[in-house]
Write a protein that binds this ligand. Structure first.
Ligand SMILES: *[C@@H]1O[C@H](CO)[C@@H](O)[C@H](O)[C@H]1NC(C)=O
Ligand SMILES: *[C@@H]1O[C@H](CO)[C@@H](O)[C@H](O)[C@H]1NC(C)=O
Length: 246
């Protein structure tokens, strides 16, 4: 019985660590495309409708205009720069000035579409100070690009929110993600372990005080193990022997 519940405790720890360490990053598979570990494919090509910009956003402070044409280069009429530009910053005035805020093909993805944290970042190459545009992709019934901010100021790093149905999970596939299943399994396991363990210790073992905690000895050791682990890492993963020699 001891051995079984001890293994149960170890399994609980492992489950705890894996549950909260699960984030499904969307890995780039091709231009404008990424795929998660569970097989969800995000394809931004579905957003393209060249040759005119698909999205326009205005910075209300500077009045700069941003033209965004995902996956298809902007035409000269909207971005008069030689090169394949996906995000163009236009300083308005009698003679507009165009800045490359992102090149076609530089898309890098980060985040998890299931958690609505997916973003894509483009990098421009046609300016002396490189500009980056980070576009947060938000599942929505709308199709709209909002300029958020230059972050940090004067960095040439711009952030946007893009609202679009294109990145929404296909309707009907309301199935739970691997991460959510793990969380549910974890909580069921957690409750069974603690409630079952408590009842067992109290009524079968007739334990008193702290002894009613299942595998009390094991859990008591955990802070010590963590302390040792940190000390071990701090020593640069060397054993204690170098200490003893001193
Ligand atoms: C682009 O810029 C060049 C010169 O910089 C100008 O001659 C041309 O008319 C511009 N084209 C458009 C479409 O604005
Ligand atoms: C701008 O963004 C790029 C790419 O995301 C990053 O590598 C760089 O550190 C950022 N620059 C600043 C000043 O934050």
């Amino acid at each position: 019985m001891e051995a079984i519940t001890k293994n149960f405790s170890i399994a609980l720890l492992v489950l705890l660590i894996s549950t909260f360490g699960t984030a499904e990053d969307c890995k780039r598979t091709a231009k404008c495309k990424c795929q998660t570990a569970s097989g969800t494919v995000i394809d931004l090509n579905a957003l393209s409708s060249g040759p005119n910009p698909r999205f326009t956003a205005t910075d209300s402070k500077t009045k700069n205009i941003y033209y965004f044409s995902p996956c298809v280069p902007l035409v000269k009429q909207f971005c008069n720069i030689t090169g394949d530009i996906t995000m163009c910053q236009v300083v308005t005035g009698s003679q507009p000035i165009y800045w490359d805020a992102g090149d076609i093909g530089t898309d890098t993805f980060a985040g998890d579409p299931a958690a609505n944290t997916l973003s894509v970042t483009f990098t421009g190459s046609k300016t002396v100070t490189t500009r980056h545009s980070k576009v947060n992709l938000i599942c929505s019934g709308e199709s709209r690009l909002d300029f958020l901010k230059e972050d940090p100021p004067v960095s040439g790093n711009y952030s946007f929110n893009l609202y679009t149905p294109v990145i929404c999970p296909p309707s009907g596939s309301k199935s739970l993600s691997f991460g959510s299943i793990l969380v549910i399994v974890f909580f069921v396991f957690f409750i069974v372990y603690w409630v079952g363990g408590f009842l067992f210790m109290k009524f079968v073992r007739r334990a008193e005080g702290l002894e009613v905690i299942p595998n009390y000895e094991f859990w008591k050791e955990i802070p010590l193990l963590i302390r040792d682990g940190i000390a071990f890492t701090a020593r640069g993963c060397k054993g204690e022997s170098t200490y003893e020699k001193i």
